[in-house]
Design a protein around this ligand. Structure first.
Ligand code: B1M
Length: 213
């Protein structure tokens, strides 16, 4: 019976029904489910189904964005409880589109997926200078950063960011992952990043593996 409510919550999220997700999340809170249960067995469970379907091309970007909106409707209710319960995020990751680049649709998708998978995501926006990445990683004690680039002319700024982390002495501490349409695994290897993900769902798998979880 209890698990049924969380299954319904997960199913509503998969369908992208934000008002239903909001209602069922509140119901689960009222019925005494812990924030962790609601997250793990309801919201995150639903979002990972969407992530898997997205990887298999069974759903597309609009469905992911709609599911993410539903996720946010539930998260808004759960977040204050998580803080009260002291539930720790899986890790902290600072994400942005690199210097000179204003494309943010893919980066936003990656942020939503990572948040949906239980990470604390600090979204630094677009046109992010290497120094801003470094400063944010220090300020938030980040475990990882995620860089996105959509232009062949801005991909090079990823290397500048990797170098900035090296110079700041943070390279051993902060994992660096990269993505964006013009990128390849080869490019990621060349610039010394820790990993490349071709899409938002794979970015979650990549971060899990970089964090060793
Ligand atoms: Co621009 N644009 N654009 N654009 N734009 C492209 C990228 C382009 C390929 C179009 C083309 O010519 N065919 C081309 C780049 C050519 C090149 O460099 N080889 C281009 C150009 C040239 C430009 C301008 C220079 C145009 C001009 O002004 N002359 C200009 C540059 C502005 C700037 O950034 N300084 C420009 C501007 C714009 C708009 C502002 C109009 C708009 C952006 C709006 C916005 O983002 N808010 C725009 C758009 C929409 C596009 C296209 C059409 C779509 C990009 C997109 O959002 N895709 C694009 C053409 C195309 O791709 N078909 C194009 C959907 C998105 C979900 O995919 O971002 O690849 P994507 O993200 C994926 C993966 O790559 C991955 O996961 C995501 C989801 O699966 N991923 C990561 C992304 N980041 C990741 C990070 C990770 C892991 C995975 O880890 C951290």
């Amino acid at each position: 019976m209890a698990a049924e409510l969380l299954e319904q919550l997960s199913a509503a999220l998969i369908k992208g029904q934000a008002p239903v997700v909001k209602e069922l999340t509140q119901k689960a809170i009222d019925e005494g489910f812990s924030a962790k249960e609601i997250l793990d067995d309801g919201l995150v469970a639903g979002m990972s189904v969407i992530g898997d379907k997205f990887k298999r091309n069974e759903v597309y970007i609009p469905e992911v964005l709609i599911a993410a909106r539903a996720m946010n409707a539930g998260m808004a209710l759960v977040k204050p409880l998580l803080k009260l319960a002291g539930v720790k995020a899986r890790g902290t990751v600072c994400c942005a589109t690199v210097k000179g680049d204003l494309h943010d649709i893919g980066k936003n998708l990656v942020c939503m997926m990572l948040e949906g998978a239980g990470y604390e995501v600090v979204d630094l926006g677009v046109n992010c200078e290497p120094e801003k990445f470094v400063k944010a990683a220090q300020e938030h004690n980040a475990d990882a950063i995620g860089m996105s680039a959509l232009l062949t002319t801005t991909m090079t700024n990823m290397k500048a960011t990797v170098d900035a982390f090296q110079e700041a002495g943070l390279r051993g501490k902060v994992k660096i992952m990269v993505g964006g349409a013009p990128l390849t695994q080869n490019f990621a290897d060349e610039i010394g990043a820790d990993g490349y993900a071709p899409d938002a769902a794979s970015a979650v798998d990549l971060l899990h593996s970089l964090m060793g979880s």
